[in-house]
Design a binder for this molecule. Structure first.
Ligand code: GLN
Length: 538
């Protein structure tokens, strides 16, 4: 079993997840099988109950796990299919230990952080590593070294290093910030030195230091870090500002970090030659677009772009395929209830209404959906966006003025969106939605079938409400066609508006399975329709 721990120091938000994902990508490009684990030191069992404003989007896995968005980066960069066990939280660890205690597994003993919590952490990491069958597993430690909550995880990592064997089986990569100060542009290594000292005081000596700096590190900064942090100079790597996150693996490759790891961990000799050609092509398409479209993202968490991370990535993937830069115009949906939609949406070539919960911002999203429908603007609605498109259609085409979802208006006379039968009576909020990969049957000849190139697909879900089956016939007769359904046939999954160039919505979340070289078909459809719309108008 070979593990690479990636920790962070100085400040959070250094792109530790991107560094971990990029290193994984590079090891994969040598033919190694790589997997990844994210450790989140918070007490929540999973990310499902957290507000996207605090931690960014809740990412959903095939198995229905509601996890940290870094798992999205791992799946995108390394083309993995992860399970909820790949996200370890303090909540999960403590819950197991307390359940074991109640069960009597530790009879007679005082249950303590060391060894009981740390053993549980080690058990979870090694189980996932073993089950993944990977040659090497990257374990990203959330938070920053020195945080009280990360302590048990760092201690468990230290012990794993001791038990499995340092360097050959367990490596530590520490990512830090190297600020550039003053008019002379001097790189400051002191914060890194302090952070490494802190790590060493826990008993972990890092093998590789990754310095996040706006510029590539100078030779003198590299030798200073190497000397004070006690690592060889070729183990000091820098991650300068990149034009796209997908460029980071290429920047790391130039510095030889993968070869360094392969050598230290004795992962060779490798039989397959390194293959990064497809990735290089991807990056060159992203950074050299031939055209640009503007797509409005109408939501309520628009103050934090990470709330919609997978959508933004899906647009990057779709844009790359069409050699087009997709510029996102974030629109707070509330603005559409007070402002003039022409002024707010008049300059965009496409509109996305993403998922969401609760009543706030709903009316503005309905305005956006109506504006796209009436003006022939390419539109994609996802999850709540699908329900919004359906409500807008019922209100303004079917004339059901008060049509709504029982989520926002329990007493609406026309509950065109209602709670799913199996959700009735559920009281607990954690992990109780309809979650994860479900099959969707797509109507032959529909736009969705053409975009997916298939009539049976599997996409990820996260919802409690659905289109009310009592209204389906009336809605379809008026032109909002449900071209995708779940296996039972009564759960609506995709809607397509007749006679509109691109007005599509899905109950599922296509953004979660979008990959750099296999974009989400529905995002691709929106981007291509936006290009056509722009070119037709210009
Ligand atoms: N709130 C809606 C539901 O629960 C939509 C959920 C979502 O957009 N993820 O069905």
């Amino acid at each position: 079993m070979k593990l690479i721990f990636v920790s962070g120091g100085v400040i959070s938000g250094l792109g530790k997840g991107i560094t971990a994902s990029s290193i994984g990508r590079l090891l994969e490009s040598r033919g190694l099988k790589v997997s990844a684990i994210k450790i989140d030191p918070y007490l929540n069992i999973d990310a499902g109950t957290m507000n996207p404003f605090e931690h960014g989007e809740v990412y959903v896995l095939d198995d229905g796990g509601e996890v940290d968005l870094d798992l999205g980066n791992y799946e995108r960069f390394m083309d993995l299919h992860l399970t909820r066990d790949h996200n370890i939280t303090t909540g999960k660890v403590y819950r197991s230990v307390i359940e074991n205690e109640r069960h009597g597994d530790y009879l007679g003993k005082t249950v303590q952080i060391i060894p009981h919590i740390t053993n549980e952490i080690k058990r979870r990491i090694t189980n996932v590593a073993r089950e993944s069958g990977a040659d090497v597993v990257i374990v990203e430690l959330g938070g920053t070294v020195g945080d009280m909550e990360s302590m048990p995880f760092l201690e468990a990592a230290r012990q794993l290093g001791r038990e499995l064997g340092r360097e050959e089986n367990v490596m530590f990569i520490h990512t830090t910030l190297i600020p550039i100060m003053g008019s002379v542009g001097e790189e400051k290594t002191k914060p890194t030195q302090h952070s490494v000292k802190e790590l060493m005081s826990i008993g972990i000596r890092p093998d590789i230091i990754v310095g996040r700096c706006s510029e590539p590190l100078s030779e003198s900064a590299i030798s200073k870090i190497a000397m004070f942090c006690d690592v060889p100079e070729d183990a000091v790597i820098s991650t300068p500002d990149a034009r796209s996150i997908y460029e980071v693996p290429l920047n790391l490759e130039k510095q030889g970090v993968a070869d360094y790891i392969i050598d230290k961990m004795k992962l060779g000799p490798l039989t397959t030659p390194r293959d990064m050609a497809q990735w290089e092509d991807l990056v060159s398409r992203i950074v050299n677009p031939k055209k640009e479209v503007r797509i409005a993202l109408v939501g309520k968490y628009t103050a934090l772009a990470d709330s919609y991370l997978s959508h933004l990535e899906a647009f990057t993937h779709a844009g790359a395929a069409s050699e087009c830069k997709v510029r996102i115009k974030f629109i707070d949906s509330d603005d559409l209830t007070t402002g003039d939609p022409n002024e707010i949406l008049g300059d965009v070539h496409g509109i996305l209404v993403p998922g969401g919960f609760g009543i706030r911002g709903v009316e503005g999203k309905i305005v956006a959906a109506g504006y796209a429908r009436e003006n022939g603007i390419p539109f994609l609605g996802v999850c709540l966006g699908f329900q919004i498109a359906t409500i807008e259609f019922c209100r303004n085409v079917l004339g059901l003025e008060k049509a709504s979802s029982t989520e926002f208006d329990p007493r609406t006379p026309d509950p065109v969106i209602c709670i799913m039968d199996e959700q009735k009576g559920i009281v607990d909020m954690g992990a109780t939605m309809r979650l994860g990969a479900q099959d969707v049957f797509v109507k032959e000849g529909s736009m969705a079938a053409e975009l997916y190139g298939s009539t049976q697909i599997s996409e990820r879900h996260r919802h409690r409400y659905e289109v009310n089956p009592d209204y389906i016939d009336r809605i379809e007769a008026a032109g909002w066609k449900f071209t995708g359904r779940s296996e039972c046939g009564t759960r609506m999954e995709i809607g397509e508006l007749e006679g509109h160039p691109y007005y599509v919505a899905s109950q599922f979340h296509p953004e979660f399975k979008s990959k750099p070289t296999r974009p989400s078909p529905l995002h691709q459809g929106l981007v291509d329709a936006a290009i056509a719309y722009m070119e037709g108008r210009n």
